[in-house]
Design a protein around this ligand. Sequence first.
Ligand code: NAD
Length: 474
Amino acid sequence: MAENINLHIAVVGGGPGGYAAAFLAADLGMKVTLIDPEVNPGGVCLYRGCIPSKALLHVAKLIEESEQAKAWGVEFGAPQVDVAKLRGWKESVVKRLTGGLGQLSKQRKVQYIQGKAGFDSSAKLRITKADGSQESLTFERILLATGSRPAVIPSLKLNSPRMLDSTGALDLQDIPKTLLVVGGGYIGLELGSVYAALGTRVTVVEMLPGLLPGADRDLVLPLHKRLEKMFDGILLNTTVKSVKEESNGIRATFEGAGVKEREKVFDKVLVSVGRKPNSEIPGLDKTRVRVNPKGFIQVNKQLQTDDPAIFAIGDVVGEPMLAHKAMHEGRTAVEAMAGRKVAFEPHAIPAVVFTDPEVAWAGLTETQAKEVGREISVAKFPWGASGRAITLDRPEGMTKLILDPKTERILGVGMVGAGAGELIAEGVLAIEMAALAGDLELTIHPHPTLSETVMNAAEVFFGTSTDVYRPKRA
Ligand code: NAD
């Protein structure tokens, strides 16, 4: 089939999904207009999400390690945090990356418009620019990559600078003495860890029985144990019923079976209870695009909406709301527009929680297997038996494989431990390449590294690990 690259396309939203799609489209030879309210591409991920949070988490890890170093005979003294300088460094990281994307955009001759787009019709966008002026432009294809925003709980809506969402928390205006984090998911635990390392007394409230509800419990346990030491409190099965501003802070009332203290005052409150898709695009009703009751735009495997000229990718089309998912969807959508026979159907989309230890998983989880009644084998290698983990004084980690007991195929990989977020990539590759346990077992991994734990877990599956001892059954 001939490729259809002589298209003029618009990409609405310049986050990782949107800019990756726009750049690929330009590389394929399409005429591309990229529209975003910020001065450069980057979206939530670069401006107020993944990137600034990881810059701060790096500092948090350094502070925590310097504390741990006492046990190794090295003392640095108490950290002196210059908040303005730290904020400046974080902002310089953001500026460097978003500026770089601005340059890449120019080099590719992508027409970048700083503004917001709405629909006049399926093919026509009305763009309100940063200076307030409006322009209507017609396109052959439109790609929606409008992302998501923090979910708001009506009872916790309070117009106060003490109430933060992830954006406010990343602004790092100050280091509050106390912080209440509502929601023990990705954002709550990552940003809670940052503030705790900087000296804030953090309390996390999670309405479900465990932190990171989507992850396997054995992976969360080592993180939970470490956070128990870092945080003032972790309240599970608990919700925040109300918040009220007082002269010295926010008074929060708690509800839940095990709640001992019914109310408490905090300097600041971070609400991190999930995200909502940005599908309320002006004029969307003038198109045939369909939005489901949860607010996600409906798409097929080519990321095409019910309106054939309109595609959508990323957070606005559904879970998991992760940048790397959006980027790959973006590629698929652009290739589909170009007439290539493609579909977005990955076997594994890795999830990484960048706490310390990091928690990462990909493919089938043990929890999911149980839910659908699928028979699996699980092989776990404890990092207490890893030379590298011991040299790092981080033996609490674990690598586990979820396997098909008959074919020995790797269906899922889970990890917890320092650097698990980097190591999970091997697991993703194993799943995508339909690797068998034997492939991982026979692959020579460098010693001494944490990556060996993937090979070691395969050895555990076969009962051939020499690093752990399992008495033979009589
Ligand atoms: P989340 O879904 O990860 O966690 C929200 C948590 O809040 C859940 O555990 C939920 O049970 C709890 N909750 C919901 N309502 C509550 C209530 N009323 N009281 C107490 N707890 C409540 O959402 P998030 O942390 O806001 O992050 C949003 C999304 O952003 C994530 O799902 C993820 O897709 C993305 N994200 C990813 C990363 C990463 O990849 N490392 C980091 C940050 C955010």
